[in-house]
Structures are given as structure tokens and as C-alpha cells.
Design a protein around this ligand. Sequence first.
Ligand SMILES: *Cc1c(COP(=O)(O)O)cnc(C)c1O
Length: 435
Amino acid sequence: MFPKSVFPDTAEVNADGHLVIGGCTAQALADEYGTPVYVLDEATIRAKCRAFVSEFSQRAPGARVAYACKAYINPALARVLNEEGLGFDVVSGGELATIANSGAGLENVYFHGNNKTPQELEEAIAQNIGWVVVDSFHELELLDHLAGEAGKTQDILLRVSPGIDPHTHVYTTTGILDSKFGFSIQTGHAAIAVRQALAAKNLNLRGLHFHLGSPVFELEPYRVATELVLRFAAEFREEGLQMQHFSPGGGFAVAYTRDQQPPSVADYAETICSALTATCDDLGMELPTLVVEPGRSIIGPAGVALYRVGAIKDIPGVRKFVSVDGGMGDNIRPALYEAQYEVVVANKANADPSETVTIAGKYCESGDLLAQGVALPEIESGDLLAIPVSGAYCPSMASNYNLNPRPPMVLAANGSSRLIRRRESYQDLMYCDVV
Ligand SMILES: *Cc1c(COP(=O)(O)O)cnc(C)c1O
């Protein structure tokens, strides 16, 4: 059965058994743009944005949604997200430049990262970025100094680490004690940071932020952390900490495989907003503006990667390798996190499975396997494979390993498609080289 639940909203299988996304057949998209290609379904992107805005703002009036650019961003996508009223989370000067270049205002942009460089902070201040989320004592002093030199007062949040384990992959867990991110509440560093930030002449401390990790399939860690961070904040009321903003970060899970059932956006909103309201009530604290930062949950499910099958190697009694024309260069997640994906033969999308195969990439690493043990109909060279939920942390983490050009990005909607990033050429690969 076609796993519709992991494909974009508009995905369907037509009468010929071909996968259709945004009204375009995968076959036609592959013919027009070549493979590998990443297809983003515009309707799904917009629907996810609207779900976040509506589910959170109906429970916490004035709530803001800031899209986490590291999941994937480019100027055309930034325009779509800006049209939907989202702000942006950036983690580098490059992401900030991309948002500025898209024409979106920077007042709802939040600059994150555990080691922002002096140059990045100077650029952010010069462009009047809305918010810097300060992550370390080093940054606190540096930013205060740089804002002073620029003659400005910078609005900041402090990133605190609540010491809560969200039970996701260790490489994507960020809010525990043993993490490079944030000021730990447990060790007392967060308390020192609050006092230091309140005393900083050129910084305006307007609230606190935490981010647990990603993807977080459980609701309870958000509830516990929200309560804990607000109670921590309340201890500093007399010293002048006004919680105007509160951010529980992002990390909302998506289903990568048909058996996964993550909470809905409404479930996350209900958990976070009810913890926020109840705790503020209990503490007699005014409700801060809530800022949520989804990345994966907006762009992940909107994306489908299309690959062409080339070599097929059957090792009797061991395994059958089906090699495609992309791999770890455009999707490092299976190699990095043992991420799991569904695979569909886009030109035989309704056919019953008849064998179990491993999908291998074309890169010179034995670990370059996109999916293992997947049940597929009989595969032939030339078939088109579709890997859903590829919008997040695939193209954004892409590399030119083996000097393969990175694939194009296509936005599909209502039966038409447009290129929002072209395929790299060999010239692009050598663009920065000096001879
Ligand atoms: C990565 C990150 C996010 C987004 O995480 P997703 O899993 O993509 O939703 C949000 N906030 C911060 C601070 C992050 O580092």
C-alpha cells in the first residue's frame, strides 16, 4: 500500500500507478529537472505554517512562529514563509544574509548558536536584527561590547538548559546538562547569566529560551521544561527580569515511516500553552509572548527526494543492493543518525512488494545507504525512487563529497512547478578554487 501518511498533502497515485506531487507526476519532474531532485509541495508548506500559527495563537494570543532555517532555507522559500507570517531562526551569518536577501524584515529574526563569531554578531547588530539568543558568557560580554560600539541596545533572550532529556538521538539532544548549548540551570550558570545580562549596559534582556532537541516524540518534556524555566525566571522578578518573551524552541516530531505516530501540532500547542498559562497563573506572572521555532515539522513532510535507479547487485542469501544517483551527499541522515525512511517506486507506486532490498547511494563510503531492508516491488534500472519526508536536514546538510554537484530544489503547486535552486554545475564545484 502506498504510504500516503508520510507523503505531502497533495500526493496521490494516478491511474497509471505513478506518484503525483503538487499535481505534477514524479516522472515529469524527473524528466524536466533531472535526478536526483528535491521536490517541495507548496500546499503542504503553507498548511503546516497555518497549523502552527493557528494552533499556538488560539491558545496563547500573540504567539509567534519563527521558522528554524537550518532545516532548509533559500530566498524563494523565505518568501513563502514570510507570506504566511512566520519569523525566522538563524544560526549563522549565511542564514541571516539569506533572510535579509529575501526581503523579509529582520524584526522577527532570532539569532541562535553556541559560538557566533564577532563578525556574525557585528553583521546582526548592523542590520538591526530583532533578537540575539545569547548562549554563553563569552557571547554575553562580546555582544554587550559590540552593541556599545555600534551605539545600540540589543534585545536578547538567554538560552537556558533545563536539564531535561527528551529521549531522542544523543546527537540531537540539546537541553541536558552534558550539552554544548545554553546556560545550565542546574549548575547555577543560568542564574549568573541572568544577573550579568540585566547588568549589561547595551543589552536588553527580554526573556528566556530553551530547546530540548529534535525530533521530540514525547509531550511531557515540553510541559516539564516550560514549568521549570518559568519557575526559574520567577526567582529573578525582584532583580528586574521581565519575562516578555518565552521560547520553548522547536524539535516537533514528524512521521518518517508509516508506523510512527508523532503528536499533532495541536497536541504540542495544548501541552506548551497549558503549561505556560497554568504556571504563569500560579506564579502571578504576566503571560509572556510565546515564540515557537519549528523547522523539521514545517519543511520535512513537504519534501520528496527523487532518485534514478542504476546498478543493482544481488548477493544471494545476503542482500540486494539497489544503487541510486544520489546518497549521503544530499541526505546524510541515515549515515549520521541511523535515520529511517520509506521508499516508494514512483513509477510503480501501487505495486505490491515482492522483495526486500537496500537502497545504496553513489558515494565512496560503505555506510552510504539511504534505506535498509525496504520491501519494494521488483526493481529495474531506470526506475524512479521517491523518498518522502526529505525536506528537512537533507539539502541543508548537503555536501559536495566526491565532487558531486548538489541537486536542484523544485517547488510544486497546482500542477505546475518551478525551480527555486538550480542543480550545481562542474563550474560551480570549482568556483572557489584558485589556480
Ligand atoms: C534546530 C533548532 C530548532 C528547530 O528544530 P526542528 O527539529 O527542526 O523543529 C529550533 N530552535 C533551535 C534553537 C534549534 O537549534
